[in-house]
Each structure stands twice: as structure tokens, then as C-alpha cells.
Ligand binder design. Sequence first.
Ligand code: B3K
Ligand code: ZN
Length: 881
Amino acid sequence: MTDHKQRAAVKLSDYTPPAFRVEHIDLYFSLGEEYTRVRSRMRLCRAEGTDPHTPLHLDGEALELEALYLDGQALAIDDYLLTRQGLTIERVPDRFELEVHTLLRPQDNTALSGLYRSGGMFCTQCEAEGFRRITYYPDRPDVLSRFTTTIEADRERYPVLLSNGNAVDRGESEGGRHWVRWDDPWPKPSYLFALVAGDLHCHRDRYRTASGRDVQLAFYVEHANAGRTGHAMESLKRAMRWDEETYGLEYDLDIYMVVAVGDFNMGAMENKGLNIFNTQYVLASPETATDADFEAVEAVIGHEYFHNYTGNRVTCRDWFQLSLKEGLTVFREQQFSEAMGSPAVQRIQQVRLLRSAQFPEDASPMAHPVRPDAYVEINNFYTATVYIKGAEVIRMYHTLLGDGAFRNGVRRYLERFDGQAVTIEDFLQTMAETGGRDLTQFGRWYTQAGTPRLRVRDAFDADAGRYTLRVVQECPPTPGQPAKQPFHIPLAMGLVGRDGQALPLRLAGEPEGQATTRVLELTRSEQAFVFEGLAERPVPSLLRGFSAPVILDYDYSDDDLAFLLTHDSDAFARWEAGQQLAVRVILRRVHGERREEDLDKLRRAFAGVLEHPGLDASLAAEALALPQETYLAQQLEQADPVAIRAAREGVRAELAGALAATWRTVYSRYRPQGPWRLEPAAIAGRRLANLALGYLAATGAAEDDERVERQYHQADNMTDSLAALSLLADRDDAAAQAALDDFHQRWRHVPLVLDKWFRVQAMSRHPGALARVQSLLRHPDFDLHNPNRVRSVIGAFAQGNPAAFHDSSGEGYRLLADHILRLDTLNPQVAARMALPLSKWQRYDLPRQQIMKTELQRIAEAPSLSNDVYEVVSRSLENIA
Ligand code: B3K
Ligand code: ZN
């Protein structure tokens, strides 16, 4: 069997500081249709304390070296050593100038890393290690340099030429060409370099900072997308204002540019002053984008903007520190989204994502700590763990320190380390100092992988009025970490009286207090907390606001859950109680256990949500949505996704029938009247009405089927249109096919919308979904070169349609493996992402495990596999811990 240790892993413990500094780099790009020439002139100097005999090593990959000059002298072929990884010059002075000429073919760069083409434009993606695909350079985040960049290209084809910083000069050159020179005053690591050239439409605006400086804002898109950047522009201004008000951080250049490209490996990139975005997170109009898309645009615009400080001004020493910028920036993005919308709804959605994306990762052979300690390919570590568990870790600092100390700590961190490349330890130390807390044990959140489980038991002593909570924490083994030390866990909780009132919490030995929520700090494997002054046994409300990324295990009765759903003062805890009730009912069905009273319990609980005075439609929609199949699967040692689908759909259909009249009323009452508006009440209305429509689609009544069709045909916005279309994609009658054909016909020239057409079919709950996916992959509009299209078919199917993907025939696995192998020759980064569903094989029954492993093995044995896919499949095949 292939072993990932056969390929060189980079280890955190091997870190050494850079031997050379780059004081300045002057880049010259001559862009062409067949080849592009890059000339780099660097002023280098040996870092203080470095051995004077240390050779100079520059990273470089997939480059053609045309010439090399050291202090003006051309170097001959035996003056340096050239390998597939880079360039080494054995003897160099302490200070010198190096000029490097390279030749690239961006039009053939299907990996979309480095300089590549998307549609008619040139663009770059340098994080993590794309700059070495442009020129030879010490391509590591702890080498910061001042960049000037001149871009020269055909004037007609590429009227817009952009790079980081300010445009300082421009001119004409021969043969209908022109050039622009950019100067970035802020020293930066190479991963933040960017270049764009194209014939682009520009949406301009400006922003006045708190101190009164005017910043130009510019969104560049292909002409066909003009008019769809308004929401992104407004989101950017809101993000700029929010960061000033919340963290006192003001933008630090005179211009902020965003470019939208249709071919992009991930969501967006925070290049200094020149963000490059996947079109998906910039373009939004009511006809083409759903409410969720609008929200995602605001969040990602915010995220990349917030990186300007957390990531760009203070960056990472090495890529093991990735969560230093990503966890913190995701947390800031979450705070921003909470401030712009409903904090409770946001929190629920964050937790749902954590549970569906990160918990399974933590339970898989790919599990790694928030700060990993080894990698073969760093791009494989832009994971849910580094990003969203990383954000949960930051949220726990916030919970432990309190809002004021947290914000002061972040400010102090940014001031202290401005312009530097630092470590997670530097952040932790600063937060500990500012908060006046010892966070040594807390640091284990960065070094230990796995999801801790809290087992809570309680006892009530009626005579003494004393209630005891006993908490045991344990964390399962993960690869390379058989045993774990206890974590420092903030457990937010409350106690609810039998009358539904929040009870004041008094811990034994403490004076009387009024607080009804407290944060208990767990630091040992087992701890007890004794509350006094209680007249009767309370119902505990545990892990309020999801105060830590853990699995909570407390033996609630069904009635307790229904009670908390109605009475808990914490919105998150109410939602959680409802979800747990639904989880139980569905899992009983999975186990073939059918209790008469089950449906009734759920029906009453759901009706209670809808009858709640002061109903928040958005929160209600969250509470009435059944738990996701992936979450249900995690509750089982070994899951059968087909049985889970059947049980969940069965419950859905029964709830649909039992509450049909209610769903119809909800549908007509909450559907916003009049034209589309992007306002909280209208968004919440659409969400709840579409949820009701989802249940109605399962009643089997002709009137409800027609209601779905009507909504599809009458919708004036993508939210309603797509909600109906995805329900139609679950059917296979003539009306459903007609709607799918209509949608394709209408949107075939709008790639982001066409992605939705592929996605709803790839995620169809129809039993024939697997066959449909097979034909979608042969559809003329399917394109393995475009990551969005790949994600909307292959990703949606393998991650978002468990019952079809895990079809017992194994066809789903084979189809995925075939496509991973093809994709790996084009775009290894995306191919490796697509392989992740197979890495979770241990979670399924034995026959499925067998076929999944066979397919992993087949991939592992393929010749010339990329490091990206190699690392995923070889780790997946290793035995867990
Ligand atoms: N920093 C980029 C991600 C780069 C991923 C490289 N494989 C986007 C972000 O997190 O904002
Ligand atoms: Zn980020």
C-alpha cells in the first residue's frame, strides 16, 4: 500500500528562519497569447546571524528560466543548480541584486495556481505557493518585501492592467501595446501578490474613512456582468465601517479593488489592495442570486476585507500558522454577519456548518489539529478545521476574556506585530496578557485534534435545594494522537425552572446573584458544579450559544427537549432542543423502531414553534428544518445513508400530512407580497414560506404539487425559483422535466445560474439521482476545467447527496474516483477536495467500506498522482490512530 510518508512532508519542527531577505522586488510582466515573460529584479541581503556560506535557494515550479544575472553579470548554467523545486546559487555576496527572466504559458495553466487565464483575462492566485509558478523567489510567508510591478500587454484586449498598491505611471509601447506601473507601499509576502489584465467593466465608488480620508473602491467584472456588483459594493462599505467601529481599524491604501473571475479554486483571495474573487461571491442580482447568495457575498466581501489587518498587516510565519489569520478572520466575519443580521440565526447556521463539515473531518483519517504539524501539500490544509474550528477557538477566547478585553487584545496583537510574520503562540500570549489569564492549557485547542465529548450527569438533593452537574470530558484518538490531555472548555449554561422561568445561578460558596447564564470553565477530565438555593429539580440548558466546539451528551427526556424548545431563553439552545428531538425520532426509524407517540411529539413541538407569540420567521424556519442527513449519520457508529434518507423522508412526509393545513397557511401568510425586496422581513418570509413549501411537496396532494409548479413559473426572484426547482428535481414527472428544461433554456448563458441547475439535480432526492448525475457529467455544459462547475456536480453529489453517492452498488464511488483521476491531471487542488468524501469510509457499513477503500486504492496506484491527491488518499488508507 502507498504510504504518504514516502513523499516528503514539511514539518513544523523543521522551521528555520529565512537566510535571505528581499528588500525590494521590481517585476515586469509582458503578457502574451502564447507566452508571457516575467523579469524580476530583487535586492537581496543575507539575514543577520546567517552563516556567510549559506547558499541562496529560490523556490520555482513549472517555470522556464531564460536568464539569470547576479549584480549585472549573466550566470552560466554551472553557476547554479536547477531542480523541479527551484534554483540554488551556491555562493552569493551578503548584499546583491538578482535579475531573473522566466517564461510562462498562462493559457495552459489548468491548475489555476500562479498566473493563469480565466475567460478573456489574465489573473493570479498565489496563496499558498503560487508565486513560485511565476518567478524564482523565496516563496514563504515570512519573507516580506516591497513590490513594484509593471504590466505590459495588448491595449485592445487588455485595457485594464492591475496589481497591488497604487498605479504610479503608465504609457504606450510599440505594436499597440501599453503598460501600467504599480507600487505597493506595504511590504508583503509573495502569497499576497496579484495581477489582473483584461477588458473589464469597472463599478466605482468611494468611501470616507473615520479619519476623513477618501478611499476609491473599484469592482472589476467582465462586461456581461455589469450591473451585478451593487450588493458587493454596499457590503464592502458596511465591512469597512464595521471594522472601524468594532476594532478601530481603518483601511490603509488609497484604493481598494476587487476583481471577479469565473475560474477560481476557492471563494476569494485577500491580495493586498487587489482582492480576486470567485464571481460567485461578487455578483448578485435578484434574478440570478438567492437570498443565501446575497448573504454569502456580504460575508466573503467582509472576510477578505478583514484580512487586510488579520493576515496582511500581520501575517503568518509559516503555513502551520494558517489558522492565525484564517480562524481569526472567520471569527471577525462571523461577528460582522451577526451584526448585519440576526445573531441567533447566524449562530445556528455556523454550528450547522461546523457539524456537517468539521466534525466529520475530526472523526476521519484526515483529522488534524487547528495548527497541523506536518503536511505534504499545504493546499490540503485549507480545511474546515483550520477555518471554522479555528474560528470557534477564537470565539472561546472571546467568551473567556469578555468582549472588551478580547477587542483590546486583538488591537494590541495588531499593533505589537504590525508588519511582521508571527505565530499562533504570539497571538495567544498577547491575549493572555491583555485578559490577565493563563491560557497555557487553552493552547491545547491548537495542538490536539478531535472533537471533545462532554458527558454531563446531574443529581438533585431536594432537602438541601442543591443541584449538581458532573461533567466528564474526553476526546477520541486521532491519527498520531492516541491519548489527549483535558481541554480548557467554556461551558455556557443555565437552569430552567419547571414553570419555564430562567433561574438565578448560585454556585456553592458564592453570594446570591442574578445571572441566569454562566460560563463554567472545564479544565479537568472530570469536574462537578454545585448550584444552591433551588426549590425544585431544574432542567439544565447546556452549551448555550454553542460555547465550545464539542459534542454534548446529557440524557434529556423527550419531554425535557420539548420543554426547552418552548422555554429556554437562549435561542440557540431552543433550536438545539428541537433538533435533538427530531434526531431521536428519525434515528428510531432508522433502527426500525416506530413509536406511535413520536410523530405526535414532533407535530406538537413544531406547532408550538409556529404558534409562539412574536414568531421570528427566520428562527422558526431553522427550528422546523429537519436535521441534515450528514448530521444524522454522525450519530451512528456505522451509517447506512440510504436508510437515513428513507427514515428522514418518512418523517418529513408524515409531518407534511399531519400539519398540511398549517403548512398551507404558513405558506400563504409568510410569502412576501409585491415585488422582491432584500429586507430582513422579506428574506425571513421567503425562508419560512419555502420551508413550508418543502413540506407541502411531500403531502402527495395534487394541489401541493401544483403549488410548487406555480411558484417556479411565477417567481420574480432566484430564491423562490430555485426553492421550487429543487423540489421539482426530486420528481420525475412531465411538469418537473419541463421546469428543468425551462431553467436550462433561460440560464444557459449565465454560468453561476447554470451551476444551480446542475446542483439541484446532483442533489436530487429522486431514486434515479445517480443515473442523472452520470448523464450530467456527459452534458455539453459540464466542464472539468471550471471549479464551480465541478463543485456543482461532483461536489454536490458526493457531499450533498449521501443516499445517492453511497448507493449500495458502489457506482457512486466509482464515478467519483474516475473523475478524481481525470481532474488530477488538470487541477490537483480541486481534485484533492473532491476526494475527501471517500476519506470518511470508516463511518459506513462494511460492504460500503470495502468498495470505498478499493476506489481509494485504485486512485493511490495511479501513475503520476499529484501530491495533493496522493496525500488525501494515502492518509485515508492509513489506519486511524
Ligand atoms: N486566503 C484565501 C485562501 C487561499 C487558499 C489557497 N489554496 C482565501 C481566504 O481565506 O480568505
Ligand atoms: Zn481567509
